[in-house]
Structure formats: C-alpha cells, structure tokens
Design a protein around this ligand. Structure first.
Ligand code: ADP
Length: 185
C-alpha cells in the first residue's frame, strides 16, 4: 500500500519475483483492458481518467477470478488492492475460500510533494491519461479518504510492515527485502 506515485508497481514486481509468486496489479489489469477495448476496460476508463476508483463490485470480481487462476495457487502479491474498506471485507472472504492467509501488508511511506513530482515526471515519459496535475491531486485525495484508513485496520491485525519509500529504486527494494525477510525469521 501507499499513495499514487509511491512506487508500488515497480516494487511489487521485484517482491513477486523474489518470492516466485505472481504480482496481481489491479491498475495494470485495468490498463490492459482499456488498451484492449474490452467492456471492462470501457467501464473502468471513465473512472480512471477522472482519478476516481472503479466501483468495488467490478474490481472485486476481477481480483476474485484472477487469484483463482492456477499460477496463484501457491500465493500471490496484490498491488493496488484492496483500496476500500468494502474491498478488505471481500478479500477476507476470497482468502478464506481459497485457504490463503495474508502474510503481510507492506506500506511504502513517501513524502506527498515528492510523489506529485514523480507522477508528473512519469506523465512526461509514459503519457498515462490519469497523470495530469488535476487528476493526480484528485487521486491523492481519494487515497487519503478511502485507502489510508485501511492501514489502521491491518495494523490492528498486526501485519503491517512499513518501509521508507524515498530514495533510489534499488535502495527501497533492499529495505523491503530486509523487512520481509525479518518477518520470515
Ligand atoms: P496509482 O497507484 O498510481 O494510482 P494504479 O495503477 O494502482 O495507480 O491505479 C490506477 C487506477 O486504477 C486508479 O486510480 C483507479 O481508478 C483504478 N484502480 C486500481 N486499483 C483499484 C481498486 N482496488 N479499486 C478501485 N479502483 C482501482
């Protein structure tokens, strides 16, 4: 978890490789559907371009079917999900049904102005439709309102691992591995 621009996607791939599990990134799946012009993509695009969350039901169904695929049977890393309290409840049900447990909730902590700068830079490079300044501000607001409260929920369960997300990609990656390896000891 972490605000937009925290580096979740980049680090998610590294962590998933490290543990040999698939990274399930809701943002990536939505974007693939948008590019492919699927009905899911058409629906998701309206929300994404405005910096709003895609409705829970759509997102939950998508994650449910993705983690039921054979490559996720031995575990998986979720990137960008859950993002609302309703998604937390839904995920709890899915995990129970699949006899999975949440091992850890990794939170990348970053400085707000730094993430805006990162996102604006990414906008220049990748041209993502949701990386304009207004939409970035809206995404940060939605994150603070809808998603940040989830950290307290997982804190109560004692599974939150906080890692400083500022610095070079490699540095952050080393911190994440160290924190997660500590957990396994
Ligand atoms: P970022 O973390 O930089 O905002 P993502 O790629 O994770 O980027 O997500 C991009 C967009 O996809 C979000 O702004 C939202 O519209 C949609 N999205 C991704 N995950 C979810 C989710 N769990 N629930 C609702 N919408 C989501």
């Amino acid at each position: 978890m972490g605000p937009p621009g925290a580096g979740k996607g980049t680090q998610a791939k590294a962590v998933a490789d490290h543990f040999s599990v698939p990274a399930v990134s809701t943002g990536d799946i939505f974007r693939a559907n948008v590019s492919g012009g699927t009905p899911l993509g058409v629906e998701a695009k309206r929300y994404m371009d405005a910096g709003e969350y895609v409705p829970d039901e759509v997102t939950n169904n998508m994650v449910r079917s993705r983690i039921a695929e054979p490559d996720a049977a031995g575990g998986f890393l979720l990137d960008g999900y859950p993002r609302t309290l309703a998604q937390v409840a839904e995920l709890d049900g899915m995990l129970k049904a699949g006899e999975h447990d949440l091992d850890a909730v990794l939170v990348l902590t970053v400085d707000q102005e730094a993430v805006v700068a990162r996102l604006l830079k990414r906008a220049e490079i990748e041209g993502r439709a949701d990386d304009t300044e207004d939409v970035i501000r809206r995404r940060l607001e939605v994150y603070a309102e809808e998603t940040e409260p989830l950290i307290a929920v997982y804190d109560e369960r004692g599974i939150v691992v906080r890692v400083d997300g500022m610095g070079e990609i490699d540095e952050v990656q080393q911190r994440i591995f160290a924190a997660l390896d500590d957990l396994q000891d």
